[in-house]
Design a protein around this ligand. Structure first.
Ligand code: IGP
Length: 254
């Protein structure tokens, strides 16, 4: 699946026309995670659909969801901008950025510097770089390019091999371990367990995907996660503010 997505992105890039710079204020994604009010930081994801789950939210209103996440005390947001596979749009990110004060990650498959220029212009505060999708030299180039544009970077890996390859070329400030294998879509909530010891100690470690309950959250925290990235389980609820509080065990019923 990942290979197919990357192929699609190569085609998209050929036709990509950069939008006007929205000139929106940059907010530090890194600091928001470092200064979380909770023991575990939260990156809450605004996502309408995914290739593994299909349509997640009918009547999808990204701005309303983002505001509800902010009221629930999310530290950061992640907004899907990929349209063929996730039914996202770059306009969603800009609309959300204008409506909330939280730093925003552009969730997409970035393989070229032009997409980083695009992310900056539409109002992203951070970008995602996926270890499994990028050769180490390209990963390093894109990481440095984003950093020069004052964008934070969430570097994501799924397995130990990729992590080892990534750490040979960069020491990411924020590292995500994706519980979902993007080639097979299988999710394993224990993915981080054995890998956490090999993560540099000053790196913020984010556990991503398949986190549904407060038990899941506590488990990945025990494995060493400093933050979580949660989409589907929050999106499926009617009230995203309440959903966050339930995830953190702050309300038992409701
Ligand atoms: O909806 P979930 O299972 O809570 O997962 C969120 C996020 O981790 C997932 O959307 C994701 C992780 N890495 C990605 C890379 C591209 C697109 C999407 C993703």
């Amino acid at each position: 699946m990942l290979d197919q997505i990357i192929q699609t992105k190569k085609e998209e890039i050929k036709n990509l026309i950069l939008p006007e710079d929205e000139k929106l204020p940059r907010v530090s994604f890194l600091n928001a995670l470092l200064n979380s009010q909770r023991d575990v930081g939260l990156i809450a994801e605004v996502k309408k659909a995914s290739p593994s789950k299909g349509l997640i939210k009918e009547n999808f209103h990204p701005v309303e969801i983002a505001k509800a996440y902010e009221r629930g005390g999310a530290d950061c947001l992640s907004v899907l901008t990929d349209s063929p596979y996730f039914q996202g749009k770059r306009e969603y990110l800009t609309q959300v950025k204008k409506a909330v004060n939280l730093p925003i990650l552009r969730k997409d498959f970035i393989i070229d510097t032009i997409q980083i220029d695009e992310a900056q212009r539409i109002g992203a505060d951070a970008i995602l770089l996926i270890g499994e999708a990028l050769e180490p030299t390209l990963l390093k180039e894109l990481y440095q390019y984003a950093t020069e544009l004052s964008l934070d970077v969430l570097v994501e890996v799924h397995d130990q091999d990729t992590l080892d390859r990534v750490l040979k070329v960069i020491t990411p400030k924020i590292l995500g371990v994706n519980n979902r294998n993007l080639k097979t879509f299988e999710t394993n909530i224990h993915q981080l367990k054995a890998m956490a010891v090999t993560v540099p100690k000053d790196t913020i470690l984010v556990s991503e995907s398949g986190i549904h309950t407060n038990e899941d959250l506590q488990l990945v925290q025990q494995y060493g996660a400093n933050a979580v990235l949660v989409g589907e389980s929050l999106m499926r609820k009617d009230d995203q503010t309440l959903a966050i509080k339930q995830l953190f065990g702050e309300i038992i019923h409701g």
